[in-house]
Structures are given as structure tokens and as C-alpha cells.
Design a protein around this ligand. Sequence first.
Ligand code: ACM
Length: 406
Amino acid sequence: MMRWRGAMLDISRHYFDAAFIKKTLSSLAIFDYNTLHLHLTDDQGWRLESKVFPLLHEVGSIRKQSQNNHGLLEPTYDGKEHSGYLTQDDVREIVSHANSLGMQVIPEINIPGHTGALLAAYPQFGINKAAVEVSGRWGISDYLLRPFPETFEFLEKVFQEVATLFPSEYIHVGGDESLIDNWLKDPEVVAWMKNQDFLTTKDVFIYFMREVEKIIKGLGKKMVTWDDAFAFDPEQATQATVMSWRGDAIAQIALDHGREVIQGPVFPTYFDYSQEVSESEPLAIGGPVTLDDVLAFIPLPGVTGVQFQLWSEYIQSPVHAEYMMWPRAAALAYRCWGKGEDFESYFAERKAKLDELGVTIRDQNPLKRLNIAHLGIGEYYRGFDTDQMMQTLEKSAIAGEVAEFN
Ligand code: ACM
């Protein structure tokens, strides 16, 4: 079996509590998943208690309101506060439950972009030390950490605390979708760049991630990043494990450069994309990623693992999260490490266990689907076409750029 059999749950955009995370671990274990990657921080929320920097959860876990329409539209908001974070006791419970199932839990603290919630708590580490609010809007934001010694001293303490809570072999440090030219908007960063002989913001990014790599290595951990951090400059990038989300080509380049690769391409492993393009589905980022698409996935030879992603901008309830996960999570397991004659019998043999846990499964028969209209955060909108999205992403990955969506 593949070494990394993964699932990612985004608890930043919408918070999911320890009870749901433990239930999810139990359901994933039925299908021999061994890794749960928790996306703990982003612009929209910091979801982990910190005793060292308490403002991270005290300020960073609360946003005033949330966008309740698609990210491509002029935002409208629900006017409701959204909050929540895992206490350190929650984490110990989650890790202990995972251990009992033979699974590991990988924490992701996303830097240097996707740091709106961190900067709402500690703005002194961001460009121009600007005041920031925890964001209620979906999409990529301008927030960026400064590449200065005080930032790395702060991050070292943050990662130290994270490492004491999560015994995993790996720590994920994000590195995706960082709008690095924003460094040029901070005169102190520009002056520092001149001083360091850094000509481009890519040089700064490489430096930043290398500093973080030293921290993670110093903690005896292996670092994982999204493929962006590698693709910016494959020759200069850190040695971190590459989690490729922008297609096979960048994954293959990472393999050719001797990196460990975890494949989690938008198509067909982003389970926040709808399983059918239909107004009877809840609002999703786009689609489709069908069950058959998942069953047809062929991992590249030589990868360390495969992982599905459940981003949660458009998903705010456990029932909805499960509706998006199942049966696609079972299909990915069958395709990548499962045994048996065919998917139907593989799934049928294990379905009773999911039922015992009370897991919601999207039925292939439309007549048997639960009434799902109430699950979404807002009105149905077509959103991104999966094929077009992949073309955009693949191009941006090869060019070493952040993808532009609109
Ligand atoms: C990603 O979807 N930004 C990894």
C-alpha cells in the first residue's frame, strides 16, 4: 500500500470540532486511510489554541461574518460571527484517537501567505505592519509575512508548540498562493532586499521558505509544502515534500528533482467540487468531480502518496462535509490502494461500518438523496468548470506563478 494515504480537512474556512474530526478519522480508517492533514490556519480563521501566543486563537479564531455566495461574485455576507478552535486537549484527544486507528495527523500552519488570521492577532509580522481583520471573504488575499528575523523567531516558537502537540513525522507549512510582489509595497522590505542583494521577490520567497525549513528540521520534522513553493523555482526550492495540487506535470517535475511527492490534484481529488453540475446540488466552488472521475485516477509512479482535499469555504456542517466526502473518499481508496473485484463490492463490504458511525453518503440515485438544498451556504451558482480550472492551474504551475482565476 502507498505510504501516505491521505485526507485533508479545512477547519479554517468553517470550523469543524474535535467530535467530527474523530468521527472522520474513524470513517477514513475503514478504507485504510492513514493520514489526516488538518488545514488549521488561513485568512479566515486560526483554529488552534496557543499558550505561547494566545492572541492567535483569541483573536484569530473569530470573524465577524462570512461570505455567503460564490467567490467569483460580488460578495454578500451572512452577518453572523463565526468562531471556533481546537484546544490543546482537543488535539491530544484527536491524536490519541488517530493513534488507536494506526493513523497520523499532520498539522498545517500556512505561511507566508494565507496569514490573515495570524496577522489579525499579530500585525507586526505582516507587510507594513498593517492592521488586519480576520477575513470573511473567499479567495486569495494580499496578506504576507515579512521576511525579517523577528518573524522567524515568532514562527520558530509557533512551530515548536505545534510540534509538541502533533507527534507526526511531518509538518505542513502551506506556501501556496502567496502574492509575493506585495513585499514591494513595504519600504522596509524593499530596503532590506537591497541590503541582501535580493533582486526579485522570488529570491525573497526562496529565502523565507529556507529559513522555515531550518526551523522544521531543527524540530526533527519533515516539511511539506503545496507545489507553489517548489514551482516558484525548482532549482532553488527547499527539499520539502511537495503536495501537488496543480496537475501531473508539476508533480513529475518534483519527482524528477528528487522530491517526495503527495498527489492531490484539483481534478479529481478536490472533494469541495460538486459531484454533478446541477442546481439540485448545494453551492460548491465548481464541478464536476464525479465518482467515475475518481475511479479513473491513475497516480504517477514513484509518488509517496495520494490525498483528497475537503476545503470548506462552501461547507459549514458535518452532514454537508460527509455528503461531499462519500462515496468519493471510498473510490479514491479503492483506486489507489484498495483490493477487490470491483468498486461496488468493495464499497458494499464496508458500507455497514459507515452506517454504524452515522455517516452521510451521497447516493448515486437522485431519488434516494437526502434533501440537500439546506446544506449550502448560499444559492447555487455554477462556479468553476473543473477542466478549465485544471488548464489554468497546470499553466500557472509550469510558469512558477500563482494562478489567476478571474
Ligand atoms: C490550494 O488549493 N491553494 C492548495
